[in-house]
Write a protein that binds this ligand. Structure first.
Ligand code: AMP
Ligand code: MG
Length: 407
């Protein structure tokens, strides 16, 4: 049985960097940028009002009794405004949020701080120059960095691209991933007494893979019988699918046929079993251009296989650096099996500047409930049967795609 470190070396050595392609920002969520994006424009594009109120010139108040100004006109968001239009002496513009502020006005007072009398407005307080103005370029100047090469695009990046008129961007192509669930026990609507259960891991894999920047396809469920499984594998290899995943049937049971099916197909099997918990019986193989991960069927084994094996493969294919774990202090002493690296569902928090991590109760690989409380994975080293309270251990977030690389 190989160690986790050895397994990751084998997996990353099998990866190949994918090409870049151009996509519209509507299709860019979760994709990995292959170019640096700098702001081509200023934002806001023009000086505009942050409030509904009145735009005026501070200096006009010096000569105005009771700060009363003559209303010159109304400016709404979207109104064009001639640059030559001048604000009259002791004049004010009724102005709406987002409307262009005349260039000779240096202040907007909000409507709540004014009193209107017909065509005049009295200010209840004297504002300061710059009040309630959103200056052109206050948010972005031309050339400001928006996102750098290697960024995983989040919704806020798309907001910035849209605001700055960037319709298309270059990203890494998505690896195609096909998913096959094995198990005669899997059914869509299990009847009482049938011994069947629902397929919980296929929807999880599809969702998580999509978030990670891959292009997943669920091929369906195959019963614990190798013939159909083999046909599926042949079809995917012929199609040139980048990654093929199957769940279940990799352990030592009578119906665990995946390893022998791979051998019959002449696959190059790199490893079967890694010194970890959960997810020990993982298989990694190659058939032609397609790499194959045979994932154990229990839900949390599937989580761990995706997070700690398939994800590093995807990161290498997408040109992303290896993730680095943070060191957090473990809050209670925890028992573990000797010789196995453990990936445990955990809760991490910062307390007085120090990262702390609690291992959640219920680490068995069939339990989904603790995952709903978890925000992190606690990673315990192979050696030893106990990790004592206060020890620094490695922690990674539950999902890497929620982590934002800073500019
Ligand atoms: P296996 O790896 O095939 O031995 O399956 C291990 C355990 O995971 C068994 O209890 C299976 O019923 C369960 N299991 C396998 N596949 C799934 C799945 N897609 N969804 C939920 N449970 C599964
Ligand atoms: Mg099974």
């Amino acid at each position: 049985m190989i160690s986790y470190r050895e397994a990751i070396e084998i997996i990353t050595a099998q990866s190949r960097l994918l090409e870049a392609e151009t996509v519209s920002i509507e299709n860019a969520i979760g994709r990995i940028l292959t170019e640096n994006i700098l702001s081509p424009e200023v934002l806001p594009p023009f000086s505009n009002s942050a409030m509904d109120g009145f735009a005026y010139r501070q200096k006009d108040l010096d000569h105005s009794e009771r700060w009363t100004l003559n209303i010159q006109g109304t400016l709404a968001a979207g109104d064009s405004f001639s640059p030559e239009a001048k604000t009259a002496f002791q004049g004010a513009w009724e102005i709406m949020t987002g409307a262009q502020v005349p260039s000779d006005c240096d202040c907007v007072i909000k409507v709540e701080e004014t009193q209107r009398n017909g065509s005049q407005v009295t200010l209840l307080k004297r504002g300061s120059s710059g009040d309630n103005l959103r200056e052109a370029g206050a948010d972005f100047k031309v050339g400001d960095p928006i996102a750098v090469k290697g960024t995983r695009l989040l919704p806020e990046h798309l907001m910035a691209f849209a605001a700055l008129g960037i319709p298309n961007i270059q990203v890494r192509k998505r690896p195609t991933v096909s998913i096959l669930s094995t198990g005669s026990e899997l059914a869509e609507s299990p009847e009482k007494g049938s011994g069947k259960i629902r397929n919980s891991t296929a929807p999880y894999l599809v969702a998580e893979l999509r978030a990670l920047g891959a292009e997943p396809t669920f091929l369906g469920v195959v019963e614990d019988e190798p013939r159909i499984f083999i046909d599926h594998i042949k079809a995917q290899v012929e199609k040139g699918t980048d990654i093929l995943l199957s769940t279940g049937a990799v352990s030592m049971g009578k119906y665990d046929f995946v390893a022998s099916a791979l051998r019959d197909l002449g696959a190059e099997i790199f490893f079967h079993k890694v010194a970890i918990r959960p997810g020990k019986p993982l298989i990694f193989a190659r058939l032609g251009k397609t790499v194959f991960f045979g994932i154990p069927g229990n839900p949390v084994s599937t989580n761990v296989s995706l997070r700690f094996f398939i994800e590093p493969y995807l990161r290498a294919s997408l040109g992303l650096p290896k993730e680095t774990a943070k060191n957090f202090r473990i809050k209670t002493t925890i028992q573990k099996p000797e010789g196995l690296k453990c990936f445990f569902k955990a809760q991490s928090i910062f307390h007085e500047g120090q990262g702390e991590v609690s291992i959640l109760a219920g680490q068995e690989s069939f339990r989904i409930a603790p995952l709903l409380l978890a925000n992190a994975w606690a990673i315990l080293p192979e050696a030893g049967t106990e990790v004592s309270s206060g020890t620094l251990i490695e922690v990674l977030p539950l999902h890497s795609w929620t982590e934002k690389e800073t500019l």
